[in-house]
Write a protein that binds this ligand. Sequence first.
Ligand SMILES: [Zn+2]
Length: 312
Amino acid sequence: MGIYGFVRVLAFFTLLSIPVLDVVAKVRIVSSIPNLASIAEEIGGRRVEVKSLAKGYQDPHFVDPKPSFVLELNRADLLLYNGLDLEVAWLPVLITGARNSKILPGALGHLDCSTLISNILEVPTTRIDRSMGDIHPFGNPHYTLDPRNGIPIAEGIAERLRQIDPNNASFYEERLRGFQERLAAKIKEWEERLAPYRGTEIVTYHKSWVYFSNWAGFKEVGYVEPKPGIPPSPSYVAELIGKIREKKVKLVIAEPYYPHKTPAVVAEKAGASFLVLPSSVGAHEGIDTYFDLFEVIVDEVVSILGREGKDN
Ligand SMILES: [Zn+2]
């Protein structure tokens, strides 16, 4: 094609207002979980194409790997994952299968987001053997449930995007600033709404909420699972009910993908409320962003605890 042909094609795209260069230059980001994907979308905007392998309604510890995941990873420029063994049951084998040197450990396109978090909770002091069933061997991996952790995660993602796509460094920088400002303002608002309920004692199904509780000022007094990943025995459940009664626990929380029967019975027998709470973007309709997620969590928690207050 001669130069005039090229100009004509360019004029054609301009007429359709298709940003020609954007189509070519998008950075392909694949995230293991939706919460990280949402933050990447906030930072990358139209310069990136983001896919999450796990869906928000799935347990991130146990995701059924699909052949399409390998294809996505093969085409990726940047892989984001949670780390701390959250995805160890399904992601490493996919990374190997993808045969993409850009996303291998040590490469610019390989980002373990747990390395961005300075205060990992529940880091064991002695080595935990996975064969004993505990699926949190390096500390609690559910750090995206403290919205304050969205700030360093966004910084880390922006930094990688600037390195992978240096021509658009200032674009990412600007979006990072915008995201951090909006998130900081929202965190303040959510904190104000949660403030009256600081010190509330709760029980959760899995140890997924420790970062959230740490932020909201809730006290976790027990778990339906005796250890992360281990289902409860009847004698353990009986003991837990006794503990909830004694401590006057208000709330029992479980994610949508955990069995609801046991936690609901536990709550009922102990006179607490049972709340199914989303822990992920995409957990159900209307939770499309990291902001939506906390909006829903705070709404639900405040609404149920507010009601409790009136009943007593
Ligand atoms: Zn877990």
